[in-house]
Structures are given as structure tokens and as C-alpha cells.
Write a protein that binds this ligand. Sequence first.
Ligand code: C2E
Ligand code: CA
Ligand code: CA
Length: 681
Amino acid sequence: MPELIPGAPWGAAMQHVGIGVYSWSPISGELSWDDRLAAVFAADRPGEAPFDTWLRRVHPDDRAAVLATIAQFPEGERPERVFRIVLGDGRVRHMLVFPIDVQRDEDGKPVRTRGVMIDVTSARETEGRIAGMLDAISDGFFLLDHDYRFAFVNRQAELVFGATREELIGRSVWEAFPETLGSRFEDVYRRVMDDKVTDRFEEFYPEPLNGWFEVRAEPAAEGIVVFFQDVTERRTRQEERDRLLDAERHSRHETERARDQLAYEATHDPLTGLVNRWQFHRLAEAAIAELGTPVVVMFLDLDRFKLINDSLGHAVGDELLVVVGERLSRHLRAGDVLARQGGDEFVVLLRNASRAEALAVAERMRAVVAEPVEVEGHTLMTTVSIGLAAAGPGATVETMLRDADVALYRAKDTGRDSVAWFDAQSHQRLLDRIALESDLRDALVGGELEVHYQPSFAIDDGRLCGVEALARWSHPERGLVPPDVFIPLAEEAGLIRTLGRQVLEASCRQAADWQGVPDLIVWVNVSGRELTPGYADSVLDLLAQEKLSPHQIGIEVTESVLADEAVAVHQLRLLHTAGVAVAIDDFGTGYSSLARLAVLPISLLKIDRSFVSNVATPFGRAAVDLVVHLAGALGVPVIAEGVETPDQLEALREAGVGLVCGYLLGRPAAAQSLGPQILPT
Ligand code: C2E
Ligand code: CA
Ligand code: CA
């Protein structure tokens, strides 16, 4: 092959492609070519000028462009152009025209250009195949030139863009898709273009595409190549999956929450939010096992809570418990546990406390509860009693709670609003008390109680005027139990009415026996707790039953009964009106006002033994004088009890006391051993 074009780069490759050299005179319009080009153009008419052949073969649409390319040859530029030729059999070939040099005249006007024409049909076909392939791939694909103009758009991209290749090619992507500006798409395209790096991302593209796209942008010689895929569906699926996952996570969370809630409810008191007794038990058990002796358990019980609850309603009571719970919890130390044991009882676990520390905590709690509480417009004053127990050897939660409860009992016993430690002695006393209570119950059921009678006399002539019925209990093992012990026990155990009834019945039987003794009154001690509605009737019924006159029986009550019990006073008044005498026992130890005494149903004032035993002293004498004057003002007689010495008797006589009784004159004794008593002279 002749060296037509010195320095041409393609060398050997020229032999494989249809390539030929042409020369063109813009002035004469004359074209000449070599044999090879003549062959490519199928110059089948001998004698026909190459230009005419060329003209016949070149596709009419491309003619002007090819002529322009070979005719004008601007300095420094080598325009090349592909054009089509149509052969005789209709086949189309693609030719590349490539001007090489130009000859100019003196004026610089081109007189002849030369160049090559290359049959690039097969290359075109390859390109077409590639384009076809690009069309066939499901990815969208487009090519942007260095000015971000579309250089190629595949079929899929056309579908996605809703625009044809023809509409897009040559247009700037920013102009065709202004939404791209300022978005991640712009960012990436520019970076890939400038930095020649590949990038891949997934992003939402707004209207008009309105979908999620996975995009891969690669640098290319021509600019950048962008592959993209609509992944909206996958994203939607993904989002749905995420949503389901979320929902599942949520429901798992709910389940956990419900389980936590259940666990909370199982371990907490719903009213106060404090730990409940079961949880306290668990925590205390663990603390005892772990720490041993420094563990202290406190038992707290509100004083008179029932009163508040009954009089102001449960809502107020509940609110009070909540407030108390809050106040108590403020005085807990780290690690301590406050629990509601139930009702108005709280328990505290001090994990690590000396006796002094525990006592200090208890005192603080006692003080803080004593502060007034405002609930629904009521100012409530409440106090708390606290029992403390320290862990001893072999302690368990049960024994500690029991001990603290025992201590609490003692705290209540010493007047409430107080703190007490458990001690074994008081525990023993409590156990004794419980045992005794049960024995008393049995004794009452078995009718084992006896009644002794102590006589009283008129001080002037020694006449017997009455006997006081006094209950006697001979315990099978303990022997005689004093009434000062078993009467309060009976009152607390709710046995006093049974006891009182038995004494009254015995007294009435006895009174019936003593019908013959003139003006004899059998005095019966009655506890305030017996004076409930219907009491007077029951006494009067019994009198009628025993065919006794009401005047044969007297009732002894203490001043305190008269002080505040309206019901009790009413019952006494009924009895008094019916003719039953009413004596005020232990007079002088209570707080009766004269004005009040004046309106009460009273038949007799009984001066307390403490005054009598002091009657020889100026103070004792003054006290007795006062009672005598008081009785005079009320118009009732006075009896002095507990007379033990003749001096006392003499002083009482001087003071003007009308009636007396006491060991000096006669001890309480069984009815049968009680003969007619005469006042010693
Ligand atoms: P009380 O009603 O003040 O009874 C008088 C108490 O003084 C009796 O004690 C009697 O034995 C005692 N006493 C009488 N004379 C003398 C004396 O000269 N010196 C001394 N040191 N004591 C004397 P008792 O029998 O031990 O009864 C104690 C309390 O038990 C009674 O005090 C009464 O409050 C209560 N009580 C006894 N029996 C009954 C009862 O059947 N029902 C009720 N509710 N209480 C009763
Ligand atoms: Ca009495
Ligand atoms: Ca008395």
C-alpha cells in the first residue's frame, strides 16, 4: 500500500478495511479517487467521472454535509464525518470521510483538498450492535459528554425518562432534568466527571420520575456513563419488610413491657407504688442470707387509722396511706426497702444498720408521719408506732417480722406514737398474755369464774348497806389471777361482755338469796365497753327474771365512762330512771366537771383508795373534803373504799364521809363465808 498519507496512524489496519484516498478541487468541483475507493463505491459505469459516481451513490440526505466537509478545510481543524452510500443492490455502507491536507493559492483560498474515505460499515454495525445491546439491557443507560449533554440514551432510559433519544441527545442533562440540580445526582455526575472515579448510590428521584433509583456512574473518554435502575419496587418491598420488622420489634417490645408490668404488679402495692409484702419477703430473705446480723426489720402501724377510714371514707384513708408512704420513703437510706405490708401497716428493711442507726431512722420516720396531712380539705393528724427487730442467730424473715410485730405491740402499748425494740422478755410477756387470754376464754366457757363480795357499812352505826361484787379467777396452774390483769385482758379480747354478764347473773342470784337483809345493795362493776345499746334492758330483764327490785342492784362505773360515751350515759340513765343505783367508782382520778356531774345519772360517789390511804396527810384530807362537798352539792352520798386503818376511818368520819369499806372492815369473800358484819367500835 502506497504511503499516501505519511504518518497516518493506522498502518496495517488499513489493509483490512475499505479505505481509499480522494482528492477534491473546490474550484472545478472535480473529484478523483484511487482504485480502492472506486471499488468501494462500485464504480460500475466505465468512463463515468468519480464525482458523478459518488453523487449517485451517496445518500441524498448526506450529500451536502459530505461536500461541505471536503470543501471547507478550516485551519487547524480536521473535520470528519460519516455518511451513507447506497449500492446498486440496495445495501447501505457507512463511510468516514477524513480530510488530510489542503493546498491553497497565494490568497490562501483552498484549491485542492485531499483525504481518505474509510468504509466503516462493519464498525458502524458493531456500534449498532453495541447500541442494540445497550438497548436490550434492562438497566437504563445514558452517556453524557463533557458538557453534560446527552450523547446516548438507551431504550430503557427512554422509557423511564418518557422521552425519545432524538429529543434528548444534544440536550444538557441539567436542562432536560432540572430536578437533578442541587440533588445528589448532580453531585455524583460532577464528581465522576471531574475526578474520574466510579460512584454508585441509591436515591429517590422526585417528579417526574418519582421513584427510587440505583445509579452507577463511571468515567468514560467521552464524558460519563450512567447506568441506572428503577428500584422503587424493591425499596417498597424493603420498606414493607422494615415496617413488618418494626411492627414485630414493637410487638416484642410490647410483650416485654407487659411482662415487666406483670412483674411490677406482682411485686408492688398498687395503691402506694411501694414494694409489696411478697417482694419484701424475698428481698429481706436475701439480705439476711447475705448480711446476717446487721439486718434490721421495722414494723410500722398507723395509730387510729381505722378511725380516719371509718369517719372520712376510704378515699381519704387511701390518700393518707399514699402520703405516709411517700414521707417514709424519704427517710430510707440507699439499699433500704420500704414495703406496704397491707392495710395501714408498713415494713422497712434496713440492710446494714447498727441499733443506734436503726433507732434514728425509726425516730425520723415517726416524726415525719406526725406532721399534719392535708387530704381533700381535711387536716389529718396521724401518728405511727414502730417496732424494731435486729437479726439474731438463725433469724429468718418470719421470725424477724414476728419480733418486729411484737415490738410494735409494745410500742402501741406504751401509748402509741412511739418506737420500741423487740426484746425477748416482752415477747415472753406477750406470749403469756396470749396464752392467758385463751385460758380466760376457756374459763368463761366453763363457768369457772367466781364472784367474791366485799361489804360496805354506814360509818355512824356500822350498819351493812352494800356488798361489791368482785370477779375472781383461779387459774388451774397460776392460781389466783388478779382482776387488774384479767379484766383489761377481757376488755381487749372482746370477752368483757360475757364476763360482765356472768358476774351480773351471779350477783343477781346472790341478791335474791340476800332478800332478807334490809336495804342491801349488791354493787356490780361494769366496764364502759359493756354499756352498748340494749344493755339497760338486758339488766332489767334479768332483775325481773330473778324477781328482784331494781333498788337491790347498783352499777359501778368509772368517771372516764361518763366523760365521753354518749351511748354509755344513755344506758346508765335508763337504769337510773328504772331505780338501779349508779356509783362513780375511783372518783377523783378522772376529770369530771361539776357542771357535767350535775346532769349525769349518779347515785353515789366512791372516793378512790389513793385518797383514803392519804387521808391522814393535809393534802389527802383536803381532797376528801372536796369530794364530800361536791357530793353534798350534787345531793348524793359518799363512800370511801380501801379503809385499812382505824386512823383512816376516824379521819373519814371527821370529813363527813357516810359510807366505808376496806380490809379493816371486811375483805372480799365468797358469799357463804360472808356472815353479818358489824362495824368495829
Ligand atoms: P375496784 O372496782 O376499785 O374494786 C376495789 C378493789 O379494791 C378490789 O380489788 C378490792 O379487793 C380492793 N380492796 C378493797 N378493800 C381494800 C383495802 O382495804 N386495801 C386494798 N389494798 N385493796 C382493797 P380487786 O378485787 O383486785 O379488783 C380490782 C379491780 O378489778 C376493781 O377495782 C375493778 O375495777 C375490777 N373488777 C373486779 N371485778 C370486776 C368485775 O366483775 N367487772 C369489772 N368490770 N371490773 C371488775
Ligand atoms: Ca368497784
Ligand atoms: Ca374503786
